[in-house]
Design a protein around this ligand. Structure first.
Ligand SMILES: Cc1ncc(C[n+]2csc(CCOP(=O)(O)OP(=O)(O)O)c2C)c(N)n1
Ligand SMILES: [Mg+2]
Length: 902
């Protein structure tokens, strides 16, 4: 902004002085050149910063380490022993992948990612990552998914895993399901991994919101989180994902100096270079600095410091600044002579600078991300940054496949190499100086051996002492409640059970009331975490702003425009509502942070994330899958659900398929309630299942509608268990000549109930009505019955619940929903010998009135009547003239366009 002429808009109070400064600069450029001028300007900026002259930060700095050699702290570790430990970890990580692939070709695994980042992790293990001993929550470390072999290898050295465990890398079936998962998956290794990271981009965004949630817990005085830092290890290629960088401004805005991103800049991703024609480190520096982060670059290893010290003309710096990443990658696979010719050959002064070094010296000039002291300095600086209000990103330049030898290091194919020849293994062994530990004879076997130093060895003792000093093993997942939760008083739910009398209300309004009641519960209330992505008003939840207040780490520094209203916009440091702004991804990340706090912090929290149902599963489905992996507990509420219930918004808003997508997530309990009492029952049951005596690692998806109607009271014949099992009889069939059964879900109950009345009145059909709250639950139970029957040939087969419940129901079954027909069809197969006709909303949405939409999608009351009569005709109970009469009566024409493909 300084360089774009904007300064000309301000008055110059001393033009003579200004001119003198300008002329001095011109003189420097003329006599000493641009490099010198640049140097002086940079020094001036440094001085300005030092003197607290506020100045907009430049977004990028030269391509050198941010921490100069003279500012590096004393390294407190034993460098020699740590190098040995690192070598063991590196060796075992490679061995486990190679062994896995020799035993099961194609099983996969990665050698090169961890090979590039071993030092990044080891410096953390030996000096920074805090463990969970003595009930402490420790640090929260998000490991890069593809680096998993290295993390297992270290756990093996620490004695946490056995050789047999390592030999079950990616072999999770058998051995009681106790394999080592391919990547960090708490769902599969619930005592080891804490954070799923392998779907790229999701690790960084969830780590970021986790750091923010820790501040939320602190500010609401629910947990002292000051001792925990969030570390997120990320790939440079991973930074292409919008989720990786999309929320970084939040971290600066929220002053998350408890957050450290470590980006492993090995300049490569899966196919090739990340930015062959550019410089990923410079690009990321600009992005993070621009967002207000503290950026630490670790580019060059110590040996480069001597060269930089001789760079009086700035030629080396210029070469560093202008060499593109594709070229740097090339230097990895070429020899010293090539580097001399191409990197140092550009200028005679450069060539001179390295004339005392041999070609071999040049080829091993290390990158900063493999230099232990440089890394230590960076991590130390990041941890000492606490109090500055700025999150830190450490950009470490590394080599992909480092130490794995010339066939693998820096090659474009390196990411997917999983095998090594005996010669390559020998080379690796030599490179790691493990000749004593792994003699040639050991390499003659079919598989490379593991190596674990004895418990009396200095290396083992050192490593274990370091972990003891830092509070125990990492990673480790525990679920000891440091602050247990007390479930709400059952009275909280009773208000909704009584119905709304004459008053027309929506299930969304019912839910909001319940949420308020839950938050008011004396003991349980503080654990409620309402999350909304700028949609509270849409759902009528602005009524909660004043009472629960919106969380704002800086409080409210202004008097809101609506301060004189009862429902004013109230922000507060200890506010309860997470009003995330327009970010469904960020809201999901908060949902995960809150819904896993029972494990990560030992403080169970209960997130209620309310969103436009259309922008849930289909927009952030991968984050929902990640939530399932992370064993998140809580409630997802898909509001404005139903393709014909939300009117006027059109095809990008009207959701008729989130329940289909929900059916794909195993731990997700999905419900489509029609009435407020059902909502209350489902939530009460959910709280018991997730936070009661034997807590389950599940979460709920509940649809909420915005259509108003009088809410019936819970019929006395209906027990809570009936509602939560997925299907219950809502009304008996009246006496009539003909019989039919209609299942309804959610807002489609109106079509079912009105249709039933008209069937009786005009066609003599008595309809029994059933509320189908969860087809997913019914289907899963039925699948299990089917499976047990298939695997037990001699046992009498169990009848699925859905078939048992409907066994006495009469006539054909019509199932009506505001979702796609495939939702009720989930159970059709388990009702053999029954006519089953689903009515739903297949096709893309439209904007119109509810009546028109329901007629268009053919799921209104008239179509329920027609469907029932059509089914009776199929069963030979009525003739075609009866159906025709209905079609005419309701003015339904076969010539209307089919909504399916529109
Ligand atoms: C969302 C997603 N897309 C694609 C992949 C497949 N994938 C796995 S690793 C990888 C390349 C990773 O490159 P980088 O982030 O630079 O990590 P590195 O291994 O180089 O440290 C890709 C594309 C994935 N895991 N997740
Ligand atoms: Mg990479």
């Amino acid at each position: 902004m300084i360089f774009d002429g904007s300064m000309h808009q301000l008055p110059d109070i001393d033009p003579v002085e200004t001119r003198e400064w300008m002329e001095s600069l011109d003189a420097v450029i003329n006599s000493h050149g641009k490099t010198r001028a640049r140097y002086l300007l940079s020094r001036l900026l440094e001085r300005a910063q030092h003197n607290q002259v506020s100045f907009p930060a430049t977004v990028s700095t030269p391509y050198v380490n941010s921490i100069p050699r003279e500012q590096e702290p004393w390294f407190p570790g034993d460098e020699h022993i740590e190098r040995r430990i690192r070598a063991y970890v590196r060796w075992n990580a490679a061995a486990m992948v190679i062994r896995a692939n020799s035993r099961a070709p194609g099983i996969g695994g990665h050698l090169s990612t961890f090979a590039s980042s071993a030092s990044l992790y080891e410096i953390g293990f030996n000096h920074f990552f805090k463990g969970k001993d003595n009930g402490q929550p420790g640090d929260h470390v998000y490991f890069q998914g593809h680096a998993a072999p290295g993390i297992y290898a270290r756990a093996f050295l620490e004695g946490r895993l056995s050789a047999d465990d390592l030999d079950h890398f990616r072999r999770e079936i058998g051995r009681d399901g106790k394999g080592l998962s391919s990547y960090p998956h708490p769902r599969l290794m619930p005592e080891f991994w804490e954070f799923p990271t392998v779907s790229m981009g999701l690790g960084p965004i969830t780590a970021l919101y986790h750091a923010r949630f820790n501040r939320y817990l602190l500010n609401r005085q629910l947990d002292d989180t000051t001792g925990s830092r969030v570390w997120a290890f990320i790939g440079d290629g991973e930074c292409d994902e919008p989720e990786t960088l999309g929320a970084i401004s939040l971290a600066a805005r929220e002053q998350l100096d408890n957050l450290v991103f470590v980006v492993n800049c090995n300049l490569q991703r899966l196919d090739g270079p990340v930015r062959g024609n550019g410089k990923i480190i410079q690009e990321l520096e600009a992005v993070f600095r621009g967002a207000g982060w503290n950026v630490i670059k670790v580019i060059w290893g110590s040996k480069w410091d001597d060269l930089l010290a001789r760079d009086v003309d700035g030629v080396l710096l210029n070469q560093m600044n202008t060499t593109v990443d594709g070229e740097f990658q090339r230097y990895i696979v070429e020899n010293g002579a090539y580097i001399r010719e191409h990197f140092f050959g550009a200028d005679p002064r450069l060539r001179q600078m390295v004339s005392h070094l041999t070609d071999d010296d040049l080829s091993v000039l290390p990158r900063g991300g493999h230099d232990y002291r440089k890394l230590y300095a960076a991590y130390r600086s990041a941890t000492e940054n606490l109090g500055s209000g700025r999150p830190t990103v450490i950009l470490c330049k590394t080599v992909k496949g480092w130490t794995l030898g010339p066939g693998i290091e820096g090659r474009n194919a390196t990411h997917q190499i999983k095998k090594m020849t005996p010669d390559q293994l020998r080379e690796l062994r030599d490179r790691l100086y493990l000749q004593d530990e792994i003699p040639d004879s050991a390499l003659e076997a079919d598989e490379p051996p593991y190596f674990r130093p004895s418990e009396s060895s200095t290396e083992y003792q050192y490593m274990m002492e370091r972990r003891r000093a830092l509070g125990g093993a990492v990673p480790k997942r525990t679920i000891t409640a440091r602050r247990p939760l007390q479930l709400p008083d059952p009275q909280v739910f009773s208000e909704l059970r009584g119905g709304s009398g004459e008053q027309s209300v929506s299930t969304t309004m019912g839910f909001t009331r319940l949420l308020r009641n839950l938050a008011r519960d004396e003991n349980f209330g503080p654990r409620v975490v309402p999350i909304v992505p700028d949609e509270a008003r849409t759902f009528g939840m602005d009524t909660l702003f004043r009472e629960l207040r919106i969380y704002a780490s800086q409080g409210q520094k202004y008097e809101p425009v609506d301060h004189d209203l009862l429902l004013s916009y109230a922000e507060s440091v200890d506010g309860q509502i997470l009003e995330e702004g327009i970010t469904e991804a960020g809201s999901m990340a908060s949902f995960i942070a809150a819904g896993t706090a029972y494990a990560t912090r030992g403080v169970p929290m209960v997130p209620f994330y309310i969103f436009y149902s259309m922008f849930g599963f289909q927009r952030v489905g991968d984050l929902i899958w990640q939530a399932a992996d992370a064993r998140t507990r809580g409630f997802l509420l898909g509001a404005t659900a139903g393709r014909t219930t939300l009117l006027g918004e059109g095809l990008q808003h009207q959701d008729g398929h989130s329940l289909v997508l929900a059916s794909t997530v195993p731990p997700c309990q999905s419900y489509d309630p029609a009435f407020s009492y059902e909502v209350a029952t489902i939530i009460e049951d959910g709280l018991n299942r997730m936070y009661g005596k034997d807590p389950e690692d599940i979460f709920y998806y509940i649809t909420l509608y915005n259509e108003n109607y009088p809410m019936p009271a819970q019929p006395t014949s209906v027990e809570s268990g009936h509602i939560t099992r997925g299907l219950y009889k809502f009304a008996e069939a009246p006496e009539a000549q003909l019989s039919a059964t209609v299942l309804f879900s959610g807002s489609a109950h109106t079509a079912a109930r009105v249709g039933a009345d008209e069937l009786l009145k005009y066609f003599g059909v008595g309809v029994e009505l059933w509320s189908a709250t969860s087809y997913k639950t019914l289907r899963e139970e039925a699948l299990e019955c089917e499976r047990i029957a298939r695997l037990n040939a001699t046992h009498p087969p169990a009848t699925p619940l859905v078939a048992r419940l409907l066994a006495d129901s009469k006539g054909p079954i019509v199932a009506v929903t505001d979702f796609m027909r495939i939702v009720p069809e989930q159970v059709a197969r388990f009702l053999p010998n029954r006519t089953f006709i689903p009515l739903g909303t297949d096709g893309m949405g439209r904007s119109d009135t509810r009546e028109e939409l329901r007629r268009y999608f053919e799921n209104d009351a008239a179509n329920v009547v027609v469907a029932v009569l059509h089914a009776l005709q199929q069963e030979g109970k009525v003739g075609p003239e009866v159906v025709t009469r209905a079609l005419e009566m309701y003015n339904i024409s076969p010539d209307t366009p089919s909504p399916f493909l529109q």
